[in-house]
Design a protein around this ligand. Structure first.
Ligand SMILES: NC(=O)c1ccc[n+]([C@@H]2O[C@H](COP(=O)([O-])OP(=O)(O)OC[C@H]3O[C@@H](n4cnc5c(N)ncnc54)[C@H](OP(=O)(O)O)[C@@H]3O)[C@@H](O)[C@H]2O)c1
Length: 204
């Protein structure tokens, strides 16, 4: 069955963005993007690059991991503010929001339904894996459904910010098995963890 994968850049202290929710990698961003990091994305995760970046870098590869991206409204609006109504035209693109009245782009599906029910429905259909891009609030809402974490651990601390699963996630410890890792010279580490399924209780 296709997996729900939270593929996300994280600081050493567990944050994905500044407290104000601004774009950490934009022109005024603070998140370093070293050359070897960018090369790794282009080679291993080409479909996760936004359309404008793919165009600028001459990337045409379809990628082999994901065919669908799920995005929270705050994250989606970062692109919208600079006129990008669909940053992932090469993927099926769902934006979760209970306030956006209509989609700014016919190719982008605005979903007001429960993200968990939506993901369970998506998983019933064949396809490549489903990428949760974030942000923290959406990932927190989908916490119970995430099968794989691909953490792009940055050699960076911020002291504060938006946590990996947002501010509203419930306390629910889970364990994960490390299934892949790549250490880059620049200090970033790509860590892939698959969720360890809970053992059935004895006698059940
Ligand atoms: N480090 C990275 O790789 C990375 C990747 C992506 C994003 N980010 C950063 O993440 C930050 C934004 O994160 P965030 O946590 O503030 O917001 P977010 O998750 O992007 O968006 C939150 C919004 O999504 C909708 N939503 C969330 N849960 C929902 C649910 N259960 N049902 C329906 N809709 C739901 C709501 O929209 P409505 O209010 O319209 O209902 C909510 O206000 C940005 O700074 C962005 O740059 C970082």
């Amino acid at each position: 069955m296709r997996k729900l994968v939270y593929y996300i850049a994280v600081t050493l202290d567990g944050f994905i963005a500044a407290p104000d929710g601004a774009d950490p990698t934009g022109p005024d961003g603070f998140w370093p993007i070293p050359d070897d990091y960018l090369r790794h994305l282009v080679t291993e995760y080409p479909e996760t690059l936004p359309g404008p970046a793919r165009q600028a870098l001459g990337v045409t590869a379809a990628g082999e991991r994901f065919d669908t991206v799920l995005e929270g409204r705050h994250s989606y609006e970062i692109g919208l503010k600079v006129g990008v109504t669909d940053a992932y035209p090469h993927l099926r693109h769902l934006v979760f929001s209970r306030t956006l009245a209509q989609s700014p782009n016919p190719a982008v599906e605005v979903v007001s339904r429960d993200p968990v029910a939506t993901v369970r429905e998506l998983k019933r259909h064949d396809g490549r894996d489903i990428w949760v891009i974030g942000g923290g609030a959406l990932a927190g809402a989908l916490y119970s459904e995430i099968d794989r974490l691909i953490v792009k651990l940055a050699p960076l601390t911020t002291g504060a910010g938006i946590p990996l699963f947002g501010h509203g996630a419930a306390f629910a410890p889970r364990t994960w098995r490390l299934t892949d890792h790549t250490v880059l010279d620049s200090g970033a580490i790509f860590l892939t963890y698959d969720r360890v399924e809970a053992e059935p209780a004895e006698g059940s």
